[in-house]
Design a protein around this ligand. Structure first.
Ligand code: IPE
Ligand code: IPE
Ligand code: MG
Length: 241
């Protein structure tokens, strides 16, 4: 990368970016390939973009990898995705180490096949001391499911409803310390959230690109980040008082 994302404007890089990596199936279909070929290529893109995020000074990147609704897909596609996730987590320790990447998981772990659960737990454990970039893999993740699971935990603790706050909800999420999303990118042309990080994206800046995920590049990430640096965030306040 020739250009530093930070140099575009004197603003800080986003602390947390979320990426909805959409368009793998269409990428493959355009080439007369099976949808699974798009997922394989999409994984290569994810690795490149994760490295570029680290270079841009971002601290957390959450990748929407498999949603709670993606189980509706054909068994063959779901099985392929689970295998891809498992194989990647098992074989990429050197990649994480070389890039200082810490792996975290967001989503309902217990709803995943046991062998995938094991690889997620191992990858988290093996990378827990790396300090460069936290890559949060949202696998079997749904924003509504995350809120429901948090509320269930709160009720189980016989929580006094008068003391319920935003913090008590977020303290019971899978990763309580995960910051709000500053910048949310969706590839693949659709302009929707599809149940991704509903709580954390309350004040996220949104960016939609038509590029299909396997075609997304480091340069486009820098372009999109430069768009982020131009945004004025108000969080409900006014600029001049
Ligand atoms: C995103 O690509 C990856 C997953 C949902 C797992 P899609 O598979 O949704 O690709 P399109 O949207 O059908 O092109
Ligand atoms: C969102 O994409 C999920 C992931 C990228 C993992 P989808 O392809 O599942 O979303 P919809 O169905 O187009 O809303
Ligand atoms: Mg899609």
């Amino acid at each position: 990368m020739s250009q530093s994302a930070q140099a575009s404007d004197n603003k800080q890089p986003p602390l947390h970016i979320g990426i909805i990596m959409d368009g793998n199936g269409r990428w493959a279909q355009k080439r007369g390939l099976a949808r699974t070929a798009g997922h394989k290529e999409g994984l290569e893109t994810a690795k490149k973009i994760v490295k570029a995020c680290a270079n841009a000074g971002i601290k957390y990147v959450t990748l929407y990898t498999f949603s709670t609704e993606n189980w509706k897909r054909a068994q063959e596609e779901v099985g392929y995705l689970m295998g891809l996730i498992k194989g990647h987590l098992r074989s990429e320790f050197e990649f994480y180490k070389a890039n200082g990447i810490r792996i975290e998981h967001l989503g309902d772990l217990k709803g995943l096949p046991e062998d995938v659960q094991t690889e997620i737990i191992n990858a988290k454990e093996e990378t827990k001391n790396f300090t460069g970039l936290t890559v949060v893999l949202a696998i079997n993740y749904g924003g509504r499911d995350e809120i429901i699971r948090s509320v269930k935990k709160i009720i189980e603790k016989q929580f006094d409803s008068d003391s319920l706050t935003e913090k008590s909800i977020s303290d019971n999420f899978d990763i309580p310390e995960l910051p709000d999303v500053d910048f949310l990118i969706r590839t693949g042309g659709e302009k929707r959230l599809s149940n991704f990080l509903l709580w954390h994206s309350a004040y996220a800046e949104l960016c939609f690109t038509d590029t299909l995920w396997p075609d997304y590049t480091e340069d486009e990430l820098i372009e999109n980040l430069n768009e982020f640096y131009k945004r004025t965030r108000r969080f409900g306040d006014v600029l001049i008082k």
